[in-house]
Design a protein around this ligand. Structure first.
Ligand code: UT7
Length: 329
């Protein structure tokens, strides 16, 4: 059976930088609190008029160019996001239209911070089975329009941000490519990190009470999420290494989801990979499904991650959902 490798990668973040200082008067927060508790210094927010599929398109065009392929060469689009342009249809079809390609199937993945890993697993199944040769996987978010820019939302508003990352995935016959991927979910915790509106639980998808109380915006029980994230991420890396008979010390680069630098430092310490961990949360905050491809892109650009390296990816978030992957670059 063939394997699956990343043959091109691209990213896009809006130009507008929003510093912690800019949030201070809106959120009753402080640069000091945000930096100490999360590691975030600034993040990017889109200007008016920019759509999610625009960010995705820019990232995709760079990924296609890097892979030396055209949009027409893509057999399938997988689009991971928690901030789709509309309730339905998914944003994958909007990207497909902007790419100017017809008939290419487009699938939206709704797995929040783990969306990129879930998308990677779906793509792997399709590519390794021979169903498709080349898949475009995009992780993209515009969170800045959904977060609550008043003190009530300060715990989530300081974290979530905008961005997009895209990879072209292709069949691989050589040593490089995905070695293994582990996925997990526990729906008992669905309401610990969620955006209750818009949803079919409510007549009209959103109630007047929700609008008045602004409870349709993201809600997070930060301490609970934190507690699960710091245990699940290292545990799944250990598990995936064990079942592939790979020593954790053989990992060259660890890229964890970027939700909180304190979480990532604890994950890296548990695994003994402090010097091998790559983070960019200070610049971009938590771009959810876009985080992992943006990190891979920047780690490659900075030559922290190089061809031949063993890369470990791990993520945890809303659902709860989580996962880890091992990739030979
Ligand atoms: O991406 C999906 C996965 N998400 C995560 O992994 C996020 C996990 N959780 C976290 O990162 C952290 O829980 C937060 C950064 C969200 C919060 O940090 P924390 O250290 O867990 O703070 P806390 O929720 O325990 O709150 C401590 C205090 C509270 O005040 P009191 O009750 O002690 O008076 C909060 O009201 O900090 C307050 N607080 C803030 N203060 C200033 C919460 N958010 C803010 C804020 N600025 N932005």
């Amino acid at each position: 059976m063939p394997g699956m490798k990343i043959s091109g990668i691209g990213m896009c973040v809006p130009e507008r930088v929003v510093t912690n200082h800019e949030l201070e008067p809106l959120l009753n927060t402080s640069d000091e609190w945000i930096q100490q508790r999360t590691g975030i210094v600034e993040r990017r927010w889109v200007p008016e008029g920019v759509e999610l599929s625009d960010l995705a398109l820019t990232a995709t065009q760079e990924a296609l160019e890097a892979a030396k392929v055209k949009a027409e060469d893509i057999d399938m689009i997988i689009f991971a996001t928690l901030s789709p342009e509309m309730c339905f249809p998914g944003t994958g079809v909007m990207l497909q239209a902007k790419l100017g390609i017809k008939n290419t199937p487009a699938l939206d993945v709704r797995n929040q911070c783990s969306g990129f890993l879930y998308g990677l697993a779906v793509a792997n199944g399709m590519i390794c089975s021979g169903m498709y040769k080349r898949i475009l996987l995009v992780g993209a978010e515009i969170q800045s329009r959904g977060i609550l820019k008043i003190p009530q939302g300060r715990d989530t508003t300081v974290i979530f941000a905008d961005g997009a990352g895209a990879v072209v995935l292709e069949q691989s016959e050589g040593p490089e490519g995905l070695i293994d991927i582990y996925l997990g979910a526990d729906g008992r915790h669905a309401e610990e990190l969620c955006a209750p509106g818009m949803g079919s639980r409510w007549e009209g998808f959103v109630t007047q009470q929700m609008l008045d109380e602004k409870s349709h915006h993201p809600y997070m029980n930060g301490r609970t999420v934190f507690k699960y994230a710091v245990t699940r991420m290292p545990k799944t890396i250990q598990l995936i290494c064990e079942r592939n008979e790979i020593a954790i010390s053989d990992i060259d680069v660890l890229i964890p989801h970027q939700a909180n630098l304190r979480i990532n430092e604890m994950v890296a310490k548990t695994l003994g990979l402090e010097d091998k961990a790559f983070n960019n949360i200070e610049k971009y905050g938590n771009t959810t499904a876009a985080t992992l491809p943006i990190c891979i892109y920047e780690a490659l650009q900075q030559e922290f991650l190089k061809p031949g390296h063993l890369l470990a990816l791990t993520a945890f978030g809303s659902g709860f959902t989580w996962g880890s992957a091992l990739i030979r670059m």
